[in-house]
Design a protein around this ligand. Sequence first.
Ligand code: NAD
Length: 432
Amino acid sequence: MHPAEPVSKSDNLYESSPVYRMAAHQLRSVAAAVDLDPGIAARLAVPKRSLVTGFPVRMDDGHTRIFMGYRVQHSLTSGPSKGGLRYAPSVDLGEVAALAMWMSWKCGIMNLPFAGAKGGIACDPAALSPDEKERLTRRFTEEVLAIIGPRVDVMAPDLGTDEQTMAWIMDTYSMKVGYACPEIVTGKPVELGGCVGRREATGRGVVYCVRAALEELRLDPVGATAVVQGFGNVGSVTCDELIKLGVKVVAVGDRYGALRNPKGIDVAALHRHVNAPANTRKTIVGFPGADEIAPDELLATPCTVLVPAALERVITGSNAAKLRCRVLAEGANGPTTPDADAVLANSDVFVIPDVLCNAGGVTVSYFEWVQDIQQFMWSEEDVNNELRKLMLNAFARVRRQAAERGLSNRLAALSLGVQKVATEKLKRGLFP
Ligand code: NAD
């Protein structure tokens, strides 16, 4: 049995999820590529702690509905565990566990004093009223109270959640402990101790990486083209930042459809369309400045930079050969399956792997946590300068690791993250 294969499959609660199997496969690939202590590899292959809760919420029409919620702490070795909370119909224990594992590697790559966690509630946030979302969030916070805390586990926004969600969690936790405790979450409103630039941080970090990749490939961003899947927090800010570099965004997709305009989409006008009060689904569909295309055409649209910024497992063994991009910048977590990686390895696509590419979010979350604890807030200029410095430094270390060890960018990035956590575990030793 391989050391990173922890327990028999039938004993492993998480293995039924394809996303978890993907994360576990990546860890085994790292263990095979770099020298990893077998005992540590086994410890890293299963989450440290998981909480599963079926909890009731009173719906607006008066009936009671049970929701399934999850919080998984992959590791507690490097500091408090840190990771987003997602609201999506696909959420299950394995998906959340995979995302928690990726958070551990991401914090390791960025040298942040955090371990990885993730949470989620299986629900369709678009089908909930604001009041229902608030009751859902507050009740979930109550359910996980025993395992969260500013020095234990700190949540942040992810798919389907936002600053308002974090404000409700902060308020619920603060009411429980009896004092205002902003450092219990990151990604909250600036008025409540949030960090300026946190909302934009993930997209900004994606574009710092894209810029570094284009420089390495000697491609001029001015006149380059981009396709972005997802127009939520990560996708929309990525579009804004690409435009600032001179890149033309030629196609965009969301949950409801996809759009293309080879002359370049007017992204500011697209924001206005999405945020118009009459656009209740907040979708890009219906935007007059581009043609609608079939969603499965989106990823195969020719472009310089392709940014998946929505869901996991969208680039698979069956569509990877159809990509027509030079740079694949993974804004989403886990958008590319191991089968697709095998196809991309034989292509000229420069992959910026998720654990590096979207690490800007957790990096500025770290800045936010530090500011809240010290009660000393930074300027946006300081936040962005520090973010750029840390992202470019991590990009350079990943490229060095890839060159020195002959690894793909993904294995290089993952191995840096895994090795950081492994070293900490080895130095701390095994209790008792
Ligand atoms: P979000 O909820 O703000 O936006 C998600 C977007 O994806 C929306 O435009 C939605 O319509 C679209 N989408 C949903 N289902 C889709 C489908 N089937 N096909 C195409 N598009 C679809 O979420 P977000 O915060 O932007 O997160 C997006 C991704 O980035 C997730 O993988 C998340 O884990 C990752 N991520 C987010 C952050 C962060 O700071 N928010 C940080 C790191 C990684």
